[in-house]
Design a protein. Sequence first.
Length: 432
Amino acid sequence: MPLRTPPRTAETEAAARDGARAGALRGARALRGAGALRRAGAPRGAGARGGRRRRRRGFAALAVAAALVAGTGGWAAGSAQTAVTGPAPGAAAWRADHTLGRPLPDPATASPAAVARFFAGLTGAQRQRLAERHPLTVGTLDGAPVELRYRANARALRAERARQDARAHDPSRTAEDRSRARARAARCTELLAPGRQILFFDPRGRGQVAEVYGDLGAARRTAVVVPGSDIDLGTFDRQRDRYGTPTGMAVSLRARMAADAPATPTAVIAWAGYTTPVGLGPDAATGRLAEAGAGRLARLLSGLAATGAPAPALLCHSYGSVVCGLAAPRAGRAAVGDVILFGSPGARTERAADLHAGGRVWAARDASDWIGDIPNVEVLGLGHGTDPTDPAFGARRVAADRAEGHTGYLVPGTDSLAGFADIVLGRYSDVR
């Protein structure tokens, strides 16, 4: 049974991040201790090679578990999450709708290319009618026209705000429930501000959202920011640790590209379309949530290709690297440009070539990022594999000398931000 996630405030989030940094160091010490135990207990002799391999795998798993448990103060430091997958609420009503006199594409099975062909055969009035009748479905349907999705999601956000307002004023609910409802309603209001372009909105669970910065239809260079742990509808953007959020990273990247290449139309998608881990518990140590999110990311990329957008660069931060490592091969070379893995615990693959990116694979990690103390192994479902900054992985290294901490890579003025912008713009010779 999933653990209930307690309400989060700026103070509890800050405490969690500080605990993670300190915990990673404790975890590294635990890993070193486990390594010493393994060396001390290794069998000798040629006849024991099979035993050595089994013991190495066992001790490696022990090392990962010890590092993560010691690093977080126990598994309770992270709440187990139930992955939100599949079509958004309302899919059944969409399938049963015969207002156009023909079946509508099944949101669970229709490919983004098939969705794009379906909408291309509709009139403007027919498209708008579907968006008004089924806003959550149209707003999350990869392959649907982007501008139509913006309008549908605005409608879905207004409906969710009204629903949460009703909950907030319901005297039969607990004070905690009413407080959460007020916060969710306020979040919806913020996302409805003029000029915001919401590409994806799913109110289930902790809430998922994606936002576009720039004109996606006119852009010649595009990127998708894929975040790591602790990101959801409530933390999608915030003032504290702004550049550790998808919106902060996306805005900073696009501003840098505009400064470097003002004549080049660009667009950046801040994508929080999957259930992220909370804290540094077992969810962060395994690929379960990444597997669930990879399907959604692959559909997004295929949908962009189906609507004629250029193959975007993927900027994959922290646990988002695991999602990208699983999604990129599924989407295929035609739908994925360059891939940038930064602050990464691994990508669930041993080689950059396994990502099957249409462009190049890059990696960055600054010296003060605590993620460097997490063991880079993948044994018995624990860990995420080779460090992408390891030369053996085969990625091109991007300088991050002026970045600080785990969330400082896209802070204005950093060399990592400059390098990432050059990569998205295709100016490879300028990347340091």
